[in-house]
Design a protein around this ligand. Structure first.
Ligand code: 6PG
Length: 254
């Protein structure tokens, strides 16, 4: 496995490091004047601060927003203004504050049954990335759940084995909204995959993420792209003695 683990002192510096790397990945792709930059946003609470930073100085002015296309790695099937909506979180923290083109926003539809929403989003990906082959995201942002899930790929989920579909539904049982998630072949075809992991409660999950295994997060292994774990010291608190499959190649200073 190739990749980089960057341990930052705290969650704020993880978010700043992620913002810098978002800007660099966009600049790298958009140096070609005809290019656009396609990013798959993650949900959860961890990336909120990154989104807020991108919406403000100095990052906001460094990104040609009109050439950025926003997709989502996963979504809960709740109304777009619901507290659990990943679209809502990104919209509130980032998208409403920057000059994105509305036509470049590609939210997962949430007004359909999960299987139909997944099919519809697959058509959205095909329309943007082309009919054949795998979509190639320029950047995928991901988080890690305590059980080793990432996006809405949960341990034991049928979607983990998916090789053909780009998008799959996921049902989480009674009283839990159904979800829709991109699949591993799509994530693993990205140019950059950046995991953001912060806080002591994530220490065991991060430890697992960096070891060999079959948890969803362990199966995110880009074929050619960059795999980066941006973590804070609290999340890195249980890494002693771990045979890290992702080599630590850099450490951000406070
Ligand atoms: C979600 C994501 C999920 C998330 C992790 C981490 O929508 O919740 O799909 O995979 O990234 O559960 O969530 P936190 O950032 O809230 O810890």
């Amino acid at each position: 496995m190739r990749g980089t683990l960057i341990i930052c002192p705290d969650a704020e510096s993880v978010s700043r490091e992620a913002a810098e790397r978002f800007v660099s990945a966009a600049a790298e792709k958009l140096s070609d004047q005809r290019a656009t930059f396609a990013v798959a946003l993650s949900g959860g609470s961890t990336p909120r601060r990154l989104y807020e930073l991108l919406a403000g100085s100095p990052y906001r002015s460094k990104i040609p927003w009109a050439r950025v296309h926003f997709f989502w790695g996963d979504e809960r099937l709740v109304p777009l203004d619901h507290a659990d909506s990943n679209f809502r979180m990104a919209h509130e923290a980032l998208l409403r504050h920057v000059p994105v083109q509305p036509v470049n926003l590609h939210p997962i539809p949430t007004n359909l049954p999960a299987d139909q929403a997944a099919q519809a989003y697959e058509r959205t990906l095909r329309a943007h990335f082309g009919r054949w082959g795998l979509p190639k995201f320029d950047l995928v942002l991901l988080g890690v759940g305590a059980d080793g899930h990432t996006a809405s790929l949960f341990p034991g989920s049928a979607a983990l084995a998916e090789k053909d579909h780009l998008v799959m539904p996921h049902s989480r049982g009674v009283n839990q909204p159904a979800r829709v998630t991109l699949t591993l072949p799509v994530f693993n075809n990205a140019s950059h995959i950046h995991f953001l992991v912060t806080g002591k409660p994530k220490a065991s999950a991060l430890r697992a993420a960096l070891e060999r295994g079959t948890l969803p997060v362990q199966r995110v292994q880009p074929k050619k792209g960059e795999l980066l774990f941006l973590v804070d010291a609290a999340a890195a608190g249980k890494l002693d003695g771990v045979r890290i499959e992702v080599p630590v190649t850099s450490e951000a200073e406070p």
